[in-house]
Design a binder for this molecule. Sequence first.
Ligand SMILES: Nc1ncnc2c1ncn2[C@@H]1O[C@H](COP(=O)(O)OP(=O)(O)O)[C@@H](O)[C@H]1O
Ligand SMILES: [Mg+2]
Length: 257
Amino acid sequence: MSKYNISIKTSSLTKDFGSVHAVRDLDLEIPVGTRFGFLGPNGAGKTTTVRMLSGLLKPTSGQASVFGMNVLTQQDEIKALTGMLPETPGLYSKLSAVEFLEFIGALNEVDEQRLYRRIDSLLAILGLEERQENLLESYSSGMKQKVLIAATLLHDPKLVFLDEPTSRLDPSASILVKDLILALARETGTTFVLSTHQTALAEEVCDMIGLLIGGRLVATGSPQEIVESAGGNDLEEAYLNLVGGRIDSEKLLTWRS
Ligand SMILES: Nc1ncnc2c1ncn2[C@@H]1O[C@H](COP(=O)(O)OP(=O)(O)O)[C@@H](O)[C@H]1O
Ligand SMILES: [Mg+2]
């Protein structure tokens, strides 16, 4: 495959925090247009990986490139083409949703006419129109998450990183976000790289999954391929086979004795 069909390539990408090996020797190629999901339990290294790929965190060793550009030396070029929804974002609570998105649009140099059209349509899609002039400090955590998703998409990035996009959303808001990802990928060819501990999100949205456990990529493939290789009726069963997670009930009760 020519390098122009590759959105992300890593080679032995590694991150240590002192004695903690957060990400170990990650080798990965993500084709353009893929809906890729890093799936894994808490502490698996998903956030660390996404932060390195989006240029927010310096690797300890190894290489990573985005559209052929080096994440260490070409951060500005990469930022112009990518959007990033962090796991624990900051948000300007004294601004309204519209003001916040205007600010994000200005930072990303979106031209004004386009900016207001996009703000209107994203807020409408996400069901925030009626509250759009309210200060963000009055929003619920799910509503804030929706505003942040709008902010991530505002400059029409070619590659979108979403770190746990639906973890704070109720089921109907989660479906909205899943549909938005699927529609954007279909209509615009946008590449998505998301991280999640939710097998349902990975199964419904991703056409390629990288299973991370203890900082290592232990399996990659379509949800179907992962189910076939790990066994089980669906991705959740396959995931539990690989990760473990079932505790026998006798053990579970020994703390009381
Ligand atoms: N800034 C940090 N300082 C020290 N350790 C960290 C830091 N960020 C992450 N870690 C550690 O790296 C490992 C992977 O964390 P993380 O990437 O957040 O996992 P995940 O997103 O899969 O839950 C964990 O053991 C975590 O405690
Ligand atoms: Mg995380």
